[in-house]
Design a protein around this ligand. Sequence first.
Ligand SMILES: C[S@@+](CC[C@H](N)C(=O)[O-])C[C@H]1O[C@@H](n2cnc3c(N)ncnc32)[C@H](O)[C@@H]1O
Length: 336
Amino acid sequence: MPKIINGKPCYSQFEIFPIKGYFSKFGAHQTMLEDKIRMTAYKNALRKAIIPGKSIIVEIGTGTGILSLLAARYGARKIYTFELGPIANLAKKIISDNHFENTIEVITKPFEEVSLPEKADIIVSETLGLIGIEENTVNIFYNVKQKFGKKDTILIPYELEIYCCPSSSKTVIPMKKFWENSIESFNFSTIKNLTSNNIYSRLLINKASLLSQKSICNDYILGKNKELTNTSNHRFIINKNGNIEGFTIWFNAKLYKDIAINTQPGSKTHWQQSFILCEKPVRLRKKDCINLSLSFSKIDDETVVEWKYEIIRSKQLLLEGFGSNRDIINYSKGKF
Ligand SMILES: C[S@@+](CC[C@H](N)C(=O)[O-])C[C@H]1O[C@@H](n2cnc3c(N)ncnc32)[C@H](O)[C@@H]1O
């Protein structure tokens, strides 16, 4: 569980993008292995889905090897697990230290380039990003199902819902404010411009911060939906007085039957919640109305999130704004 220090979660709060290199760090794996909600959900899903002595498993994203080790413990006959990062070498050692090297095969080539001797009974992956989608999970499940699946292959997870809701948040504004000032009297306004229109991750948003009913951005059926691209239009009616500072985003991943991981406000997973910041806070009253258009797409292998909103009171426009994480992506690619 994330510790709260001076009212803030001790996990680093950072922009969602880019994620490259993140999984080479032990801290990243510790964070995932420490997350009891995540671990329990995946454990239960694997335990219930596996037929001991029979199930053939394909995993994408071995990491430390934990999900494959659990699958082996629950009796899977053979596990093919793919990992592209350097952590694959450690996973191999951990798997042999636990005497499962004959059951678990770690493959370090892209799955697109590999043929397997048998089809998968179960395809499992924990490539769930901070807003669910940005680790490419929709695309991975579609392609892996096509390549290694059969008609009745079980996918874990099998469905991914993304939600949003207008919210107040006392955590995001100080982060944004930090970059508004000069630093040691130097001009840092370039970072100010990037951070003021961005999507933030790993914030603890509580339920009381939500200012209206949630709305669903997309419901991806994994293995069937091929494209991440999606635009959703939302109309929120504010149901309590409060400052809107932005929009909270979270996901619900359905792993197996009714076993799910829900990162909704108030939940305590390591994903926490993500947040799109409005240009400035606006004091809202009950029955004020917000229109939000939210788009997800993939450009040059990066997940692009774009947003556009209008805040309306009795047909009068109080604030409108738009933004995207494209500048951050360009900066990370050296195109800034
Ligand atoms: C969120 S971590 C999960 C690791 C481990 N399965 C666990 O549950 O702790 C995702 C892992 O997937 C790997 N990964 C992401 N996309 C991949 C792909 N297309 N092929 C192989 N590995 C991938 C990353 O390098 C990372 O180690």
